[in-house]
Design a protein around this ligand. Structure first.
Ligand code: F6P
Length: 470
């Protein structure tokens, strides 16, 4: 079997919590030969050209350092102030500084130059996420002939939002140099197809751009999942049980409503708290009977829009506390820090309702983890945004429009009042879907399409590229 080279911005176990991606891929890579390649988490004045290998929990990880300026332009700048808001249809929150694109490309060139000497001809390369869209182009420009796949963990934007991104045609041409492009959901593939079918020039100046030729690139949806059975085990582990006991002492008879999200404007956190406020306002019988816990570890907090989201959430939580709290009852707890998986699994198991209500989300693995952690004899209810990729597979959830806080408040009421037999029926369907789409199935499906066992290795693809790039 050919080696697998996973490439992502963050590598596992380094820097701030690597999140769902690292967790998902650690397992796949542990099962076959290869290594993980990415940024070390270190900023230096003069990065080495060569990557350093390190063994991290049995995984071989090759890493490069970046300069502070390049990292800023590539990560906080182009990736997270332009691509992230645009791909999440929040152009109002995008900041466009043209020079960031140069830093973004520079870092992709640096990745390609450091990775190329490490490659064998039949290695299969799997590139992850929006930070690294140009990587296949840069590798192919240096002569790489390998099969290269790309997986987008965030939603693909509508054509209008895409056109607002500087150099969007270059980026789409970069995507056309992958053998396989994977997206989370069918709606993302539909948006991509819409763009591919109706491309228009990207610039007012210069030569009219030729449309991008996607005829050599396969594009399909591969919904990512978690490991629901591992969460089922974790949710009854001693560490999880400790958390459950701690919470039960405080909650007593109150039902727990839980949200777990990075502190990101795409997660719809102020809207979620407003929906909870409406639940309490419209249904006084729930006061003292419920408690909302929002876990929201800070994220990308050097970026102004993230600081503003944090401030907006502080204000919303303060408002609900001021309106409903009593000396001996608090309606909500808001925790701005990250918890480990065992503690989270305990919280998931205890929660009667999970509020997973992003305004737009690639998949949302919290939904999967919540489902996996439930007690089959007394499961909780998943309230899920119809704008999360997870909505395409989880028909057992109560689906809501997260912009409509009245609707979310009503969904909360229905969830809290739901009889046991309906909860079991819905959860059984959810767990079936979570298992069917678990992380192993996801990786296996993608890799089988990228490099079927019989055809792995270099092919004629590079000749076609030269023709299409000229
Ligand atoms: O959702 C996209 C994603 O890149 C995830 O894979 C990851 O968990 C999350 O964003 C964290 O982002 P960052 O690396 O910017 O902290």
């Amino acid at each position: 079997m050919s080696r697998l080279i996973v490439v992502s911005n963050r590598t596992p176990g380094k820097g701030p919590a690597a999140g769902g991606l690292a967790i998902a891929l650690r397992k796949t890579l542990a099962e076959r030969e290869g290594f993980w390649f990415g940024w070390s988490g270190r900023l230096v004045d003069q990065p080495d050209r060569e990557a350093r290998f390190e063994d991290i929990d049995g995984l071989s990880v090759a890493q490069i350092d970046l300069t502070r300026d390049d990292h800023h332009d590539y990560y906080a700048g182009f990736s997270n102030s332009i691509l992230w808001p645009s791909f999440h249809l929040r152009l109002d929150l995008a900041t466009i500084e043209a020079h960031w694109y140069e830093g973004y490309r520079r870092v992709n060139v640096q990745f390609a130059r450091a990775l190329l000497p490490l490659l064998k001809p039949d290695d299969v390369i799997w590139v992850h996420d929006y930070h690294l869209m140009p990587l296949a182009s840069e590798l192919r420009n240096l002569g790489a002939r390998n099969r290269i796949g790309f997986y987008l963990h965030i939603p693909f934007p509508t054509s209008d939002a895409l056109y607002a991104i500087p150099h969007h045609n270059d980026l789409m041409r970069d995507l056309s140099r992958y053998d396989l492009v994977g997206m989370q959901a069918k709606r993302d593939v539909a948006a991509f197809t819409e763009f591919a079918d109706h491309q228009s020039p990207s610039s007012l100046s210069g030569n009219p751009l030729k449309s991008v030729d996607f005829s050599r690139t396969e594009v399909d949806s591969f919904p990512i999942g978690s490991d629901p059975d591992a969460f089922a085990r974790l949710s009854v582990s001693p560490a999880a049980t400790k958390m459950v006991k701690r919470m039960e002492r405080v909650l007593r008879e109150q039902k727990l409503i839980l949200g777990v999200d990075r502190l990101d404007y795409s997660k719809g956190l102020p809207q979620r708290v407003e929906a909870y406020e409406k639940l309490l306002a419209n249904n006084s019988r729930f006061r003292r009977q419920v408690h909302m816990l929002q876990v929201a570890p800070p994220s990308r907090d050097t970026i102004k829009e993230y600081q503003e989201t944090s401030d907006a959430l502080d204000a919303m939580c303060g408002r609900v506390m001021g309106r409903f709290a009593e000396p001996d009852w608090q309606p909500l707890t808001y925790v701005k820090r990250a918890y480990g998986q065992p503690s989270l699994a305990g919280l998931y198991r205890l929660a009667k309702v999970a509020l997973v209500t992003p305004l737009r989300d690639g998949m949302n693995l919290v939904a999967h983890e919540y489902v996996g952690s439930q007690n089959p004899a007394d499961p909780g209810v998943l309230v899920l945004s119809r704008f999360a990729g997870a909505a395409e597979i989880f028909d057992g959830a109560i689906e809501v429009n997260p912009f409509d806080t009245d609707e979310t408040a009503e969904a909360l009421r229905i969830a809290l009042d739901m009889p046991l037999d309906e909860r079991i029926d819905r959860w059984t369907r959810l767990m079936h879907a979570a298992r069917e789409h678990n992380v192993d199935a996801w990786a296996a499906r993608f890799l089988e399409r990228l490099a079927p066992a019989t055809t792995a290795g270099s092919g004629t693809r590079d000749i076609l590229y030269l023709a299409s790039v000229a």
